[in-house]
Ligand binder design. Structure first.
Ligand code: SAM
Ligand code: DTB
Ligand code: SF4
Length: 346
């Protein structure tokens, strides 16, 4: 029998605490060892999904999903060399670099997203890090989107402490910044910023009082153990992120990862289930790669505990299923979008 409980014996902190058992149970954070997460991955598929469903139902309405719409507010020309990303200047993908979008255009797109039924609007910029002068229009966007009654999320790269605080003051609800993969595999994917840089930004976001949206990307050629390593990193954050996007690599011609062997679809579903079990109260978001999945596979991801997805015809630079197709899928599954349930009965 494999254990799916987080271990309290793998870290120096937990080891010290274990010698004071009473205190330990009150103060030592539960830790997931990579081996514990691998053990979850290795469960028979049906057992894993059953456990994920139990955890999901204990924490969320089982048939409700949250819908977020993405907008690329500054596309391309990014200095980082993330080898999956079409927006990096290091790869020739034929993408044209744009300037920051005008505030009015962003707000017009947010209105459309809201009319379509999204409850959160996520704005992404292809920056290594924003300059202070960029943050003024972005704060206007945040205030404008919030005034419409939508939740706000931005992803702008690395942040300084004062920048995170400024975004919080503008009313930002979520900041997206991913760990992307396991620490030991990270160097094969990105060389222009370190894992620690990412952790530092995440800490600044957390300290500023902004909800953390942090996940990763699979299908990069990593091993199962490395996928488990990513999940353990996320689950051991204190606290773990409120929102966990799980991206499946969208292969873009011209990026170094184009041509990578595709992940077994059931391994993707397992990743969702393992995220759900290790982070019971997080919103687990079925993110990039959905257009390449058939609807049965998406339904399995929802069964495995995903309770949010990107909604709208476009992700940042690649396409996403049509909104009308997604609405039909939810209807066929007897599921409802969050905002519909939140409305008082007529
Ligand atoms: N530049 C910012 C940053 O990296 O923090 C924000 C935008 S970046 C596009 C956000 C995330 O999108 C990445 O961390 C990665 O997980 C995901 N992503 C980027 N390109 C992708 C691709 N081709 N397929 C799947 N996910 C991708
Ligand atoms: C995240 O984890 N996935 C989204 C969002 N955060 C910003 C981005 C997916 C990008 C997919 C590739 C593209 O469209 O450029
Ligand atoms: Fe730049 Fe983000 Fe793409 Fe990396 S993932 S190249 S940081 S836009």
């Amino acid at each position: 029998m494999t254990s799916s409980l987080p271990s309290s014996s793998s870290t120096p902190l937990a080891t010290v605490a274990a010698t004071h058992a009473d205190v330990a149970s009150a103060t030592a954070p539960a830790r997931w060892r990579v081996a514990d997460v691998v053990a979850l991955y290795e469960l028979p598929f049906n057992d894993l999904l059953f456990r994920a469903q139990q955890v999901h139902r204990a924490n969320f309405a089982a048939n409700t999903v949250q819908l977020s719409t993405l907008l690329s507010i500054k596309t391309g020309g990014c200095e980082e060399d993330c080898s999956y990303c079409p927006q990096s200047v290091h790869h020739d993908t034929g993408l044209k670099a744009d300037k920051l979008m005008p505030v009015a255009e962003v707000l017009a797109a947010a209105r459309v997203a809201q009319q379509q039924g999204a409850t959160r609007f996520c704005m992404g910029a292809a920056w290594r890090n924003p300059k202070d002068r960029h943050l003024e229009p972005i704060k206007e966007m945040i205030r404008g989107v919030k005034a419409l009654g939508l939740e706000t999320c931005v992803t702008l790269g690395m942040l300084e402490r004062h920048q995170a605080e400024g975004l919080r003051e503008a009313g930002l609800d979520y900041y997206n910044h991913n760990l992307d993969t396991a620490p030991e595999f990270y160097g094969q994917i990105i060389t222009t910023r370190t894992y620690q840089d990412r952790l530092d930004t995440l800490e600044r976001v957390r300290d500023a009082g902004i909800n953390v949206c942090c996940g990763g990307i699979v299908g990069l050629g990593e091993s199962r153990r490395e996928r488990a390593g990513l999940i353990a990193q996320l689950a051991n954050m204190e606290p773990y992120p409120e929102s966990v996007p799980i991206n499946n690599l969208v292969q873009v011609e011209g990026t170094p990862l184009a041509g990578t062997e595709a992940l077994d679809p059931f391994e993707f579903v397992r990743t969702i289930a393992v995220a759900r079990i290790t982070m019971p109260r997080a919103m687990v978001r079925l993110s990039a790669g959905r257009e390449q999945m058939d609807e049965a596979l998406q339904a399995l991801c929802l069964l495995a505990g995903a309770n949010s997805f990107f909604y709208g015809d476009q992700l940042l630079t690649t396409s996403n299923p049509q909104a009308v197709t997604d609405r039909r899928l939810l209807e066929r599954l007897g599921m409802t979008a969050e905002h519909v349930q939140a409305r008082p009965a007529a």
